[in-house]
Design a protein around this ligand. Structure first.
Ligand code: PNS
Length: 166
């Protein structure tokens, strides 16, 4: 029998990918044989970047990581997991604020697909407070986000959201 490879998906909106996301992707890649970053829409969020651009920024970020890939999907996360043979869903937990929503999603996903396990990972301490929303707020107000996002993402954020120079 061929050895069973462990595949995980890391689903999210990634509008845009941050160093916190990248940190979790790297950690996941040490735990699983393959990691698929799975990009979709979250109806609760109005996005800044169209999906093609979010995918491109992730591709640029994961370029050096051979076991990581990125795909877009529609519909249920668990159905996407099944369609790619993934038995694990990776999600990040930063602070208690994340917990309620993540627990609800984890339980719902388990009801929908008991064979798919949700795995929560904690990012490096320096990224605990980083979110896509905060990064966009900082850029809009003229601050620097170079410590919080990969360089290609910073470039696109500056082009899209930075206030005009006075
Ligand atoms: O990065 P986000 O916005 O926190 O990610 C949320 C996401 C996209 C993972 C969640 O909204 C999701 O799984 N959407 C796909 C539809 C789905 O499966 N909904 C039921 C989840 S219990």
């Amino acid at each position: 029998m061929p050895p069973k490879i462990k595949i995980a998906i890391y689903p999210g909106t990634f509008d845009p990918i941050t160093n916190g996301h990248a940190d979790l992707i790297q950690r996941s890649s040490h735990m699983f044989d393959r990691v698929i970053v799975a990009v979709t829409e979250n109806p609760a969020k109005k996005v800044t970047f169209p999906i093609e651009e979010r995918l491109a920024m992730i591709r640029e970020t994961i370029a050096e990581w051979p076991t990581v890939s990125v795909e877009a999907f529609d519909g249920l996360t668990v159905e996407f997991a099944r369609s790619v043979g993934a038995r694990y869903i990776v999600r990040g937990l930063r602070a208690v604020g994340d917990f309620d929503y993540e627990l609800q999603m984890g339980m719902m996903n388990r009801q929908l697909a008991p064979e798919v396990e949700t795995v929560f990972l904690v990012p490096a301490a320096e990224y605990i407070f980083v979110s896509s929303t905060l990064v966009k707020d900082v850029i809009r107000l003229g601050g620097s986000v170079s410590n919080f996002v990969p360089p290609p993402v910073e470039k696109r954020l500056l082009e899209r959201l930075a206030p005009p120079e006075k």
